[in-house]
Design a protein around this ligand. Sequence first.
Ligand SMILES: NC(=O)c1ccc[n+]([C@@H]2O[C@H](COP(=O)([O-])OP(=O)(O)OC[C@H]3O[C@@H](n4cnc5c(N)ncnc54)[C@H](OP(=O)(O)O)[C@@H]3O)[C@@H](O)[C@H]2O)c1
Length: 377
Amino acid sequence: MASKKIGVLIGGSGLIGGTIVNYYKTHHPETVDIRAPSSKKFSIREENDIRRYLADVKPDFVINAAMANLGSDAQLAFEVNYQGPIILARAANSLKIPYIHISSAATLPPGENLREDDTLPLSPDLSNYAKSKLMAEATLKLMAEKEGLDFSCVRLAIVYGAHDHKIQGFHRLLFSIADESMPVLFTKKNTLHSYTNARKLPHFIHHMLENRAEFHSRTYHFVDKNPVDLATLILTIKSYLRLNQPKEIYVPYWMANSGKNVLNILLRIFRRIGLKATLPPELMFLDSFYKPQTLSCERLKNSSFADPMPEESIFTRLPELVSYYLKRWSHENLISSYNANLAIEKPVEQTFINNPQKLIDDIHAKGIGPFNNMLER
Ligand SMILES: NC(=O)c1ccc[n+]([C@@H]2O[C@H](COP(=O)([O-])OP(=O)(O)OC[C@H]3O[C@@H](n4cnc5c(N)ncnc54)[C@H](OP(=O)(O)O)[C@@H]3O)[C@@H](O)[C@H]2O)c1
């Protein structure tokens, strides 16, 4: 029997990384041993960590799904999103193994049907995130041309999927609607965006790793084939949640932006008097709510990759995701108000509040000794 391949994945506790680890563990446990060191043990900011770990493990491929939090300062964004990926790629090149890099549509301007080469020019006024992601893409391309690096870069748009612990991007939008903190629509009609289905991505990564000649040194947009109108998506979520808001009133950009500017001034004052306050993440991306950004998936379509779930889109996934996140946020007491008619299963909640002894008795009755069959499978 052929020995298992070893894959190293950075960012395994994140939305994308976690989905990839889960995929390998469920779909290819016999052929791939996927290792995902925690960021506490292995920091992409430390060259020594990277070199030592990869030299010890000697993997057959490396996938980088790490990123610094969106609001990170310039130093952290530079170290995690640019310098780290380049050191990883150098190490992968030394071991002569493929390096899979996850990038973002933040490297692209607004617009429709954007191709892989339509990147933003690198300029000082870009956000720390966009700038660092763009810099990484540029250096990786050069490393492939000049140093023979075997890499593939996958650009994601707005990602949807389970296990987003940090509640970013699309899940932040879902959260704002569920939390009833979006009274009206902060977008304009027909603002189309591309979306990425997190659970399809690992299938593509695996396919790329199995077909290096085709995918070597190339960047791919990995997005659903049909872009989605933001207002339609928000109103669909609202109807699933059976909420009365957001009302179908479109706030013009100038008005929303003035509100954001006023809030920025207030936050500056708060910070001056020692209060820790930052702009809510949903407002950091206000511009993109009003500007379309759709990515061409022509290159992906023309590749040998076959979509494993062609019928699946953000709309078909919505019921499952809404139910998953609502349950989770409600258990974590993150949602302050939600429609009480929407039955969220909390089987022990009332007993836990009113009669904890009953729960202790129930657990004791089930048994608290060691498991007899602990090692049976
Ligand atoms: N989510 C989206 O909507 C979206 C959209 C477009 C592109 N992307 C791209 O997809 C990739 C993954 O994003 P995500 O949404 O999965 O991010 P995420 O949920 O925020 O996860 C980020 C991961 O990076 C790890 N990390 C952070 N600093 C690290 C360090 N110094 N060393 C090692 N690991 C570190 C984190 O570990 P800890 O939690 O332990 O710090 C976490 O596992 C990124 O390249 C991002 O640009 C995401």
